[in-house]
Design a protein around this ligand. Structure first.
Ligand code: SAM
Length: 358
């Protein structure tokens, strides 16, 4: 379907090529759904944000994923720090393939992109007009065998995260399933939907509910689920309280850092970023059905060899009459945070997995 016209073939999927100027403008999604997407419809006529309905945006997001999947697109999302480092190597260079556009977020020449793909992006307001070039307002990464939309930028307050923690979360989650068949599942802080989609795939007869406080995350999650042809119920709101009822399984990969910029996907609250995780477990344990489980993937600050989160989780489990298994998944993540004043006592941050059973 896609063939490069002006660029040599590379090992990466080639850039879909077009031969004419875009027939659609760069546009923007409603409100601040797409951070950094500016409306230049005065310069290039086309649908304005007011004309563009939610259905049209959703359809464009799903069509984008479908087109990329058909083109064999593949990209693994690294940490924001690695992303910045790699992207800065060719900061001014135009994109040479689909991975450049949707993985690394590089600017591209509209003439280089397949017209169908360009029109799809335009109809969803997914083109950021940078004058001489365009940039995608979303990024796309492969996880658990399928494509997921997530934020183009990790520095925005409402950025939708998908990165190494998501890959570790899904791996821990699927191993924690251990052949069980929970019929009702709640993913708290679902983001782009890595956990919810992974479980909905494996448990096609279960009810899967995904909640997030960030509406942009839910918009991308809805498109990711539609692309995967999976049915997931979405709830907007804070913590497990946002979803009604009880569940056999609650899962979460909450924010776990003390983030000075208070970004929703990153700031776990409290001096060391643990508050949200503890609050979700505390509430979630009382929302479990008999023999239900809470599967938590998160980060824990270690001070003088003491795992602070583990100590607090053990206390919560005892109070709720629950048992807990706990493991270190990675002994040292986000080492750069230790340079911050608030982490002066912390010797490392461990990625951990906990399963609390009632
Ligand atoms: C580290 S991201 C994880 C996203 C996803 N679960 C994953 O593993 O890729 C944390 C998520 O929690 C959400 N979040 C932050 N505070 C929240 C709150 N109070 N209630 C619900 N979700 C929240 C963020 O918007 C973000 O999507």
């Amino acid at each position: 379907m896609f063939f490069p016209t002006r660029r040599p073939r590379s090992s990466a999927p080639p850039l879909p090529a077009g031969r004419r100027k875009p027939s659609h403008p760069a546009a923007r999604l409603e409100g601040d759904l797409m951070e950094g997407a500016h409306d230049h419809s005065d310069r290039r006529p086309g649908p304005s944000s007011a004309d563009m309905g939610i259905g049209q945006r959703r359809a464009a997001l799903v069509a984008l994923l479908d087109l990329l999947a058909a083109a064999g697109y593949d990209f693994v999302s690294p940490t924001p720090a690695t992303h910045r480092r790699v992207a800065s190597r060719r900061e001014r260079a135009r994109a040479a393939n689909l991975r450049d556009i949707f993985g690394w977020g590089r600017p591209f020449d509209p003439n280089d992109l397949d017209p169908t793909l360009l029109a799809t992006m335009s109809s969803g307001g997914l083109l950021v007009d940078e004058g001489a070039s365009l940039r995608s307002a979303v990024r796309v990464s492969a996880l658990d065998g399928r494509l997921h939309l997530h934020s183009a930028r990790s520095d925005a307050p409402d950025a939708v995260f998908l990165g190494p923690d998501s890959y570790r979360f899904v791996r821990f989650l699927t191993s924690a399933l251990c052949g069980t068949q929970p019929r009702s599942i709640l993913d708290v802080g679902a983001g782009a939907g890595a956990g919810a989609l992974a479980l909905a795939t494996r448990l096609p007869h279960s009810r899967v509910v995904a909640g997030d406080v960030n509406p942009f995350a839910l918009a991308l999650l809805a498109a990711n689920a539609a692309h995967a042809r999976l049915s997931i119920e979405l709830v907007a709101g804070s913590g497990p309280e946002a979803a009604a009822g009880e569940f056999d399984l609650i899962i979460a990969n909450p924010p776990y850092l003390a983030d000075g910029e208070h970004r929703t996907y990153r700031d776990g609250g409290g001096a060391l970023g643990m508050d949200l995780a503890l609050a979700w477990v505390s509430v979630g344990l009382h929302r479990l059905r008999p023999r239900g489980r809470f599967v938590l993937y998160t980060g824990s600050p270690i001070i003088e060899g003491r795992d602070l989160l583990r100590i607090e989780l053990e206390r919560l489990a005892a109070e709720a009459g629950a048992s807990m298994t706990y493991e270190e998944i990675d002994p040292d993540v986000f080492g750069g945070m230790l340079a911050h004043e608030g982490y002066r006592e912390v010797e490392r941050i461990a990625a951990i997995g906990a399963v609390l059973s009632r």
